[in-house]
Design a protein around this ligand. Sequence first.
Ligand SMILES: NC(=O)c1ccc[n+]([C@@H]2O[C@H](COP(=O)([O-])OP(=O)(O)OC[C@H]3O[C@@H](n4cnc5c(N)ncnc54)[C@H](O)[C@@H]3O)[C@@H](O)[C@H]2O)c1
Ligand SMILES: O=C(O)[C@H](O)[C@H](O)COP(=O)(O)O
Length: 376
Amino acid sequence: MKILADENMPYVQQLFADLGTIETVNGRMLTAEQVQHADVLLVRSVTQVNAQLLALNSQLKFVGSATIGTDHIDLDFLASRNIPFSNAPGCNATAVGEFAFIAMLELAQRFNSPLKGKVVGIVGAGNTGTAVAKCLEAYGIEVLLCDPLLQQSGDGREFVSLDVLIARADIISLHVPITKQGEHKTWYLFDEQRLNSLKQNTWLLNCCRGEVIDNRALIKFKQQRDDVKVVLDVWEGEPNPMAELVPYIEFCTPHIAGYSLEGKARGTYMLYQQLAKVLNIKADKQMDSLLPSLWSEQVSVAEMCNERALLQLARFVYDLRDDDELFRKQFLNPQGFDQMRKNHTHRREFSALKVGNTGQTDVNWLSNLGFSGVEL
Ligand SMILES: NC(=O)c1ccc[n+]([C@@H]2O[C@H](COP(=O)([O-])OP(=O)(O)OC[C@H]3O[C@@H](n4cnc5c(N)ncnc54)[C@H](O)[C@@H]3O)[C@@H](O)[C@H]2O)c1
Ligand SMILES: O=C(O)[C@H](O)[C@H](O)COP(=O)(O)O
């Protein structure tokens, strides 16, 4: 069996080698000729899987995408060819949740304006939106959710409209899929008009898809509204963000909010499990054995005296400033955006760090935030 896999998908060898011959490819440049003799195709978000890509292949048994988003997959076409497909819902939700939370702590530090006491509005309350809410609620932050689709489907949580969210939230974090049609389409959800409706000093974070914000309108908006602070992990026109936009953004990253080692491993592992189902074989490998230890496994905390201490603890696991600095240096290089993504192998989730408690103050809430082993 020939397994064709994106070269940026870690742990493919460890999980799939027993099932066939693996060939790794550049997912953005993949051609119909390369796919011609594949039995299994494993992709990431940069590969458009459609009639054109599969034109020469008549033997494909499975397509897997180690991602949450499926906007790069022609699902109707795969169904018409009876090719089983699976993505990896939720695989990197914790990574995105922690990324957004850390970005909020970084903004708070930079602008000397504490996160504690602010109201955060989350647009899209699915896996990643819920993961952000979990971090925020662990820290005692009020969260507003806007998700008309979940609201209509009977989700028991409390929801508000987007207008109410914009009016009430000090911080807005975007977590919707990209959709181009329908009543709740998200393409340019934040267009010129909506950007202009942001209240003074709002912080706006986009960790979902670049085109949820009209990036040209954002440049124009930021030229007038320095009070609004923006964090972008995703960009209109990736892998070529608009160069004029970058100086207006507080923290810039190359679509890596979901790129924790844990998130990537979960994505590949979920595809391994799905392929095993399709092939009707037992998936007997374990995911935990794939992950290395963090460079320091444990820290001891006497008390979490202020927000800066919390940020220091978060930076111990992931320092967003490093990625932002690298982005500004490299995003204009040829293939710079994709190179940064390819080389992004250092990030861990909070759970990789055990936090011991050596003081009298209760810091057990850190375990709700995701850290391991918090004990009194
Ligand atoms: N930056 C990254 O690295 C990264 C990582 C993971 C996911 N993503 C992107 O984030 C998106 C969301 O991921 P997820 O796991 O939370 O997906 P999900 O499907 O679990 O949740 C998305 C939610 O958005 C809601 N929604 C759709 N249209 C909406 C609208 N107009 N207003 C408000 N809510 C709306 C849906 O009802 C759903 O509950 C993915 O589709 C993907 O595009 C990016
Ligand atoms: O949709 C997703 O899961 C994310 O956007 C994902 O992190 C994208 O990563 P890629 O597949 O491009 O490596």
